[in-house]
Design a protein around this ligand. Structure first.
Ligand SMILES: [Zn+2]
Length: 352
């Protein structure tokens, strides 16, 4: 047998010249699953939401999947990305407005129907907040009662009778609720492996929170509908000081925006408080410049590009173009890349 053995020196030489296995670098994909602002219906645009995928080249950046808000049609957009509801690791809500939440029942029902025996879904959001006006904003109750209509209709019992693997309590039983008290300093609210999600208090409606995802590939901030703590001018900016703190050094800022064309000094008809509780595009551009962002992804556009009306409100001067939004961000001083959101717009970090 000895004559078949190669001398050690020769084996070492062969090993030294073998090509190294390809490096699999960490990467992240940020996808807008919906870009509609508010409950208006325009040309099939889905309700607000952002999917953040993280992994490495070998997994096409898709080992982990985090969803932020889930407006109308979210799972239709996810299906276009070949992302199944049971692949989502966690979902985070910025606030309890239906344009950010109404797609959740759809997502959770699909997961309940087909993957009831799988992992429960982490649902991360603010603690209950009581308003002096006598109502309470409650993500906890929203999640706990998410399947009530389908329990009451009898559908849950009927489908469980067909397939005993389905959870008898309906989709709510599949949710693992994680709530936190939003504060003015970033706090870690969820983590898994080398991915960390932090939250900060922000202003839009009571209980609003903004999020930051930190991964070895980079960081992305999801501002949601955040605006300045001062509800109306005079104020230094319409953007949130807390979101600005959260976004320091992050490569990507995903943020809802309002174009100044809808302002109360024009004749859009939009009530001033509705206008003022969003961040204006030039102010977002200025904030993104200050935090050093490489990319500003504008979403939840009011008005939508190409639309002459935003729900009941008219767009003074006629429909806006993508260039109008980019110019508005540049007017704030942002000279890096502005992405004017459309459904399924995707950004890869690092860029190829
Ligand atoms: Zn909204």
């Amino acid at each position: 047998m000895r004559r078949f053995l190669l001398p050690t020196a020769l084996l070492t030489a062969i090993w030294l010249f073998l090509p190294l296995p390809a490096q699999s670098a960490p990467c992240m994909l940020v996808t807008l699953t919906g870009t509609m602002s508010g409950p208006a219906l325009i040309n099939g645009v889905a309700g607000a939401g952002t999917l953040v995928r993280y992994g490495d080249d070998s997994s096409e950046c898709g080992t982990m999947k985090l969803q932020f808000d889930a407006g109308r049609g979210t799972i239709l957009r996810l299906s276009q990305l070949n992302v199944d509801p049971d692949q989502i690791d966690a979902i985070f809500f910025t606030h309890m407005h239906s344009d950010h939440t109404e797609g959740f029942v759809d997502l959770l029902l699909a997961r309940w129907n087909f993957s009831s025996s799988g992992a429960r879904l982490d649902v991360v959001c603010s603690n209950d907040v009581s308003s002096p006006l006598g109502f309470t904003m409650s993500c906890g109750k929203f999640v706990t009662h998410i399947g009530d209509a389908f329990v009451q209709s009898g559908e849950i019992a009927q489908r469980v009778s067909e397939d005993k693997r389905r959870l008898a309590g309906g989709p709510a039983e599949l949710a693992h609720l994680i709530t936190f008290e939003p504060s003015d300093a970033p706090q870690v609210v969820w983590s898994k492996g080398d991915v960390k999600v932090s939250a900060i208090r922000s202003t839009h409606v009571a209980g609003h929170a903004s999020y930051r995802v930190d991964t070895p590939a980079g960081s992305v901030v999801i501002g949601g509908d955040a605006s300045n703590d001062s509800p109306a001018p005079p104020r230094p900016t319409s953007t949130s000081a807390q979101v600005e703190r959260l976004a320091q050094g992050a490569e990507v800022i995903v943020h809802s925006t309002m174009h100044p064309i809808m302002g109360p000094e024009r004749d859009s008809g939009m009530p001033a408080p509705v206008y003022h509780r969003q961040s204006l595009t030039p102010d977002l551009g200025a904030m993104a410049k200050r935090t050093g962002a490489k990319y500003l992804m504008l979403t939840h556009l009011a008005p939508q590009v190409g639309a002459t009306h935003h729900g009941p409100y008219k767009v003074p001067g006629g429909a806006l173009t993508e260039a109008d939004y980019r110019a508005a961000a540049e007017a704030g001083g942002f000279t890096a890349t502005t992405i004017v959101g459309s459904d399924l717009a995707t950004l890869r970090i690092p860029a190829r």
